[in-house]
Design a protein around this ligand. Structure first.
Ligand SMILES: CC(C)(COP(=O)(O)OP(=O)(O)OC[C@H]1O[C@@H](n2cnc3c(N)ncnc32)[C@H](O)[C@@H]1OP(=O)(O)O)[C@@H](O)C(=O)NCCC(=O)NCCS
Length: 208
């Protein structure tokens, strides 16, 4: 399995992939040569994190194994996923995450340590559910969205595409959030959000 993106998020994904034991071998690469071993002698590889070998990107992408795109920025993640062949996207789940058998995960999702994904939840392509997040029953999360550490989505919440729900934020049950919205860290979302933009505070209000 190949992790595309060797920054901080890539290291978190690598750690989870190894902890889960889903793959016998895990590699990582990055478009930044300084992060991908491309500047090492002989174009060789180095160690990213306990057994995850860094490879120059051209070499890594030629191998043809499943790829997990581990890039924090939604637009970049979306672009990289679109460039991959159909069926290539790998989902990574940390073994301490609790994922209901009645939840649906589209390809390329990442579920971090201690996260809970409840029955009836549905996650789109390449969604990040970060450390300690609660995605309650029947929540829908659109593709390329990121639910940051310790955020909580109440039952029946609907999140659009490319949304960032900031660390520790709460979204009350049944609330709808449109595409391309950013929710600030610690916010409490009590009303539907229909317009793209940045919203923060308790209760969450649009930042001017
Ligand atoms: C909300 C957020 C996106 C705003 O970022 P920004 O557009 O760069 O805005 P600024 O930092 O310039 O702040 C603008 C104003 O909002 C306030 N503000 C910023 N973040 C806030 C938050 N989370 N809650 C309440 N107010 C906040 C600032 O104090 C500032 O107020 P002022 O105009 O009275 O001085 C950002 O602060 C945030 O919370 N991001 C989420 C980070 C996160 O959880 N990432 C996940 C990492 S895994």
């Amino acid at each position: 399995m190949l992790i595309l993106g060797a920054g901080g998020h890539g290291r978190v994904v690598a750690d989870a992939a190894l902890a889960g034991g889903q793959w016998s071998r895990v590699f990582a690469c990055d478009r930044d040569p300084a992060r991908s071993g491309g500047d090492l002698p002989h174009g060789g590889s180095g160690e990213l994190l306990h057994g995850v070998m860094l490879m120059p990107i051209a070499q890594a992408m030629a191998v043809g194994v499943p790829v997990h795109v581990a890039i924090g920025k939604a637009a970049h993640r979306e672009r990289e996923c679109a460039a991959l062949r159909a069926g290539a996207l790998a989902t990574v789940t940390h073994p301490t995450a609790s994922i209901s058998r009645f939840a649906t995960l589209a390809p390329g999702c990442f579920i971090a340590a201690q996260a809970v994904v409840a029955p009836g939840a549905s996650l789109g392509t390449s969604v990040i559910v970060n450390h300690g997040v609660v995605v309650d029953h029947d929540v829908v999360v659109g593709e390329f969205s990121h639910i940051a550490p310790r955020a909580a989505l109440g039952g029946g919440v609907s999140i659009g595409k490319r949304v960032l729900v900031g660390a520790g934020a709460s979204v009350l049950p049944g609330i709808r959030i449109a595409d391309d919205v950013t929710i600030g860290a610690g916010a409490v979302v009590v009303d539907h959000i229909d317009e793209p933009g940045t919203y923060a505070g308790v209760p969450a209000r649009r930042l001017q």
